[in-house]
Write a protein that binds this ligand. Structure first.
Ligand SMILES: O=C1C[C@@](O)(C(=O)O)C[C@@H](O)[C@@H]1O
Length: 253
């Protein structure tokens, strides 16, 4: 399997990497959160720009992205506009979604962007191509905040993202029961062992799903989200505790 290199972080080998989201609404809040990151175990920082009050003013977004890169130095930045239909804070048209992501990718202030795979297929493919032309990697994503699709459907979606050319396919599901968590883990194992030629990211959300955020090295998920100040999705645990558990599992394997 190919690994994905983002600055000094290698995704797809060894211990799953830790991504910490920033969910501040104002520039001040965003930098308060970012200021704590030097003291916690974080491999990648996700800026959830859909929380930002000025997200529809691209100049202000670029201004924050530039300063974030300066503060975070070598830590890679993942830029994510999570749309309302996939559990995010705001709705956005496909055109505006593409324009914002491409402006930020082109700026050189971020290392990765998140592209929701169920945006229009041609838009998704063109966003991936264009991001790559700027040297920016793409996580394709899909979130089901209501339920957990069947195992083969999860695998189908992850394969679709891989076929679109995304560097890292990602899928988050909501378990309605314990069996759903096993379904997500089983789909992760099948995808990573049989179909994936690159790292993938999966998680089952909420309390029942927490085990899936810890067990990526066993079942084949390359990155996991942990909370520093505020979680960006249900089930994210504190990043220090997360790192301890990942280390314990890593040493046992
Ligand atoms: O896609 C994801 C995963 C996530 O939804 C989670 O469940 O940890 C959190 C989001 O911030 C991120 O963009």
């Amino acid at each position: 399997m190919k690994t994905v290199q983002v600055r000094n972080i290698t995704l797809g080998e060894g211990r799953p990497k830790i991504c910490v989201p920033i969910v501040g609404q104002t520039k001040d809040d965003i930098f308060l959160e970012a200021g704590t990151f030097a003291r916690i175990p974080v491999d990648i920082v996700e800026w959830r720009v859909d929380w930002f009050e000025d997200v529809f003013d691209t100049d202000k977004v670029l201004d924050v992205a530039k300063d974030l890169q300066a503060v975070l130095k070598d830590t890679p930045i993942l830029f994510t506009f999570r749309t309302a239909k996939e559990g995010g804070e705001k709705a956005i048209s496909n055109e505006a979604y593409k324009a914002l992501n491409m402006a930020v990718a082109k700026s050189g202030y971020v290392d990765l962007i998140d592209v929701e795979a169920f945006t229009d297929e041609e838009i998704v493919k063109s966003m991936i191509r264009e991001a790559h032309s700027y040297g920016v990697k793409v996580i394709a994503s899909n979130h089901d905040f209501d339920a957990t699709p069947e195992k083969d459907e999860i695998v189908r979606r992850l394969r679709m993202m891989q076929d679109y050319g995304a560097d890292i396919p990602k899928m988050a599901v909501m378990p309605r029961n314990k069996q759903d968590v096993l379904t997500l883990l089983s789909a992760t194992l099948k995808m990573s062992e049989q179909f994936a030629d690159r790292p993938i990211i999966t998680m089952a959300m909420a309390g029942t799903g927490v085990v899936s955020r810890l067990a990526g090295e066993t079942f084949g998920s390359a990155l996991t989200f942990g909370a520093a100040t505020k979680a960006s999705a249900p089930g994210q645990i504190n990043v220090n505790e997360l790192a301890q558990v990942l280390d314990i599992i890593h040493k046992s394997l």
